[in-house]
Design a protein around this ligand. Sequence first.
Ligand code: FER
Length: 245
Amino acid sequence: MEEFYIDSDGTRLHAKLDRPEGVTGKGPLCILVHGFTGHMEEDHIVAAQKAMNEAGISVLRVEMYGHGQSDGEFKNHTLYKWVTNALSVVAYAKTLDFVTDLYMCGHSQGGLLTMLIGGMCPDDFKAIIPLSPAWMIPETARDGSILGVNFDPQHIPEKLCFDDRELSGDYVRVAQTIHVEDEIARYNGPVLIIHGDDDEAVPYSYGVKASQMYKNAKLVTIHGDDHCYTRHLDEVSKAIKEFWN
Ligand code: FER
């Protein structure tokens, strides 16, 4: 494992590169991103990394603005900042000599990011893998609700308060402008969506709907599982490994 920082217009993004055991030559690489409030050492992120490594794929885990050990404060993060960060990571990955095919995978808000970047950079990815993608966020932001906190969508408050965290109103302003459907339509490559049908944070119906909207998607349902696959993580690992077989 190699640990380092990737520059994104002055923001330092904490990254770890894990190559499959014994592999030093050229090969595919998957960028892997956590979700809202998440980081790269969460069980489901590490499980995804290990499954890909076992399938012969190198994995670049990166923490986005305001998360993990990257620069920025959580309350100041927005989807535009994450998009800028992800574009920097894609540009970095393309400079790596060993990389043949490039993939992108992300969980939840990282899954939403994966869908956006897939549409923005369709030529760069051999496939994309949104895990329980939180692509309802822009829609709920327009409707006046984020993580169960309600507000007037036409008069966005300065900040939103959750139990133990604060989020700038700018998060909502940005989210309201994003139209994920457009980016779904722009990506024609293979898409693997994995979603638990007992997800308490991102309705399973969004995984189903995305899989129907993409031209070339496969949906793997993790029956009885929640947002972070705490019950059947082994099934997630298996689905990821099989995608490359
Ligand atoms: C929301 C519902 C779910 C939301 C985020 C999530 C920010 C989950 C995100 C994640 O786990 O990445 O309204 O708003």
